[in-house]
Ligand binder design. Structure first.
Ligand SMILES: NC(=O)c1ccc[n+]([C@@H]2O[C@H](COP(=O)([O-])OP(=O)(O)OC[C@H]3O[C@@H](n4cnc5c(N)ncnc54)[C@H](OP(=O)(O)O)[C@@H]3O)[C@@H](O)[C@H]2O)c1
Ligand SMILES: *[C@@H]1O[C@H](CO)[C@@H](O)[C@H](O)[C@H]1NC(C)=O
Ligand SMILES: *[C@@H]1O[C@H](CO)[C@@H](O)[C@H](O)[C@H]1NC(C)=O
Ligand SMILES: *[C@@H]1O[C@H](CO)[C@@H](O)[C@H](O)[C@H]1NC(C)=O
Length: 318
């Protein structure tokens, strides 16, 4: 199978689960068959779920290939396997999370977050650029996060890796526009995928060596319950984020930034509302440490509302 004339070749990283899997299937099922999806994953043993969800699009508008964003060899091999190395839309979705007090995290673990979330995407972009520039056409999409715009407590390294990606794209987008190549950042809030579960598993295994008892207490008994509540209350489905991403790649003049969860826009806007940064830091501090009960109550109220219509108020309704 290969792309037929007029089809846009869309390469997506990290399609074994979550947003990547949903997006691959959504694009492959496009009624007008506008896309030929190269759905990639680092471990092909995990392809079962994608094969199942792709249904009869498999080997027609969707092909599954191996790609580890942390390996030069794997990236080269995958691109060489694509006809004319033509990728019209690159979607950098592969990513890993990390939470916890930084004193308890090893340097190699932290570096792995950057190796995947930042350098993994950089490696992909670097690999597709020469061909995109030659053709004077292309769209590079990065699955960032609201944590790439506003750091969130105990997500220090993850936030930093997404901030790095934001800065990289802001810088690159200007140069690439000269070559008719567009760059877009998708910035979801919490999304109900395996992501949170994987983090909780990691946390469950750790004894937090090196972190003091107070910090471990705040992390386990204040942050973790609050975080879980936020996922339950404000979390979007991977399908909603996939649809928002599909809209961005359909735009004739693609937006540079797209926040998928309207509830987060005020939190992000707050940091620009006060140049000193005090407002942001204090507000997040108070939310977490001083207003525990209030936080809980407002989340419960939100949860009530979200049952009916609140979820539909996201920027891109599902
Ligand atoms: N879930 C959220 O709350 C949330 C919010 C904002 C942004 N995001 C971002 O959305 C993206 C997708 O996350 P998700 O929520 O869909 O989580 P997910 O279900 O855990 O999916 C992450 C995907 O990335 C893959 N991956 C990890 N390391 C890789 C590597 N070296 N090479 C290739 N693939 C690799 C994983 O593959 P394996 O199965 O092999 O591990 C998996 O397919 C990430 O960039 C994440 O930062 C997520
Ligand atoms: C799709 O292609 C792969 C690799 O060529 C092959 O192993 C698989 O059996 C095909 N699946 C279907 C449903 O055609
Ligand atoms: C990218 O942006 C330019 C300028 O805004 C636009 O003319 C072009 O059609 C866009 N290309 C793609 C592939 O979306
Ligand atoms: C920010 O906080 C510092 C320390 O409390 C204070 O000295 C400063 O005046 C504050 N700035 C603004 C603009 O509120």
């Amino acid at each position: 199978a290969m792309a037929s004339g007029g089809q846009r070749v869309v390469l997506i990283t990290g399609c074994s689960s979550g947003i990547g899997l949903r997006l691959a299937v959504l694009l492959a099922q496009d009624a007008k068959k506008r896309y030929y999806v190269v759905a990639t994953m680092r471990d092909l043993r995990k392809k079962g779920r994608l094969e199942e969800e792709a249904g009869d699009t498999l080997n027609k508008t969707l092909t599954i290939r191996a790609l580890d964003v942390c390996s030069d060899e794997s990236v080269t091999q995958c691109l060489d396997g694509i006809q004319d190395r033509r990728v019209d839309v690159l979607i950098n979705n592969a990513g890993i999370g990390q939470i916890g007090p930084i004193e308890s995290l090893g340097m190699p673990e932290m570096q792995k977050v950057f190796e995947t979330n930042f350098f993994g995407a950089v490696r992909m972009i670097k690999a597709v650029l020469p061909d995109m520039k030659r053709r004077k056409s292309g769209h590079i999409v990065v699955m960032s996060s609201v944590m790439g715009l506003q750091g969130i407590v105990f997500n220090d390294i993850y936030s930093a890796s997404k901030f790095a990606m934001e800065g990289f794209c802001e810088s690159l987008a200007v140069q690439l526009l000269k070559f008719n190549i567009n760059v877009s950042l998708i910035e979801p809030g919490p999304v109900n995928t395996e992501f949170e579960m994987k983090l909780m598993e990691e946390v469950g295994k750790s004894e937090f060596p090196g972190a003091d008892a107070d910090t471990v207490h705040y992390f386990k008994n204040v942050y973790l319950p609050a975080s879980h509540e936020i996922f339950v209350t404000l979390g979007q489905s991977p399908d909603t984020v996939a649809k928002a991403t599909a809209r961005v790649i359909e735009m004739s003049r693609p937006v540079f930034r797209c926040q998928t969860n309207a509830l987060y826009t005020p939190l992000v806007a707050m940091k620009y509302a006060d140049e000193s940064g005090n407002l942001s830091v204090r507000t997040f501090y108070n939310l977490l440490f001083n207003y525990g009960t209030l936080f809980h109550l407002s989340m419960s109220a939100l949860r009530c509302l979200t049952c009916s219509c609140f979820r539909r108020r996201s920027v891109y309704p599902s």
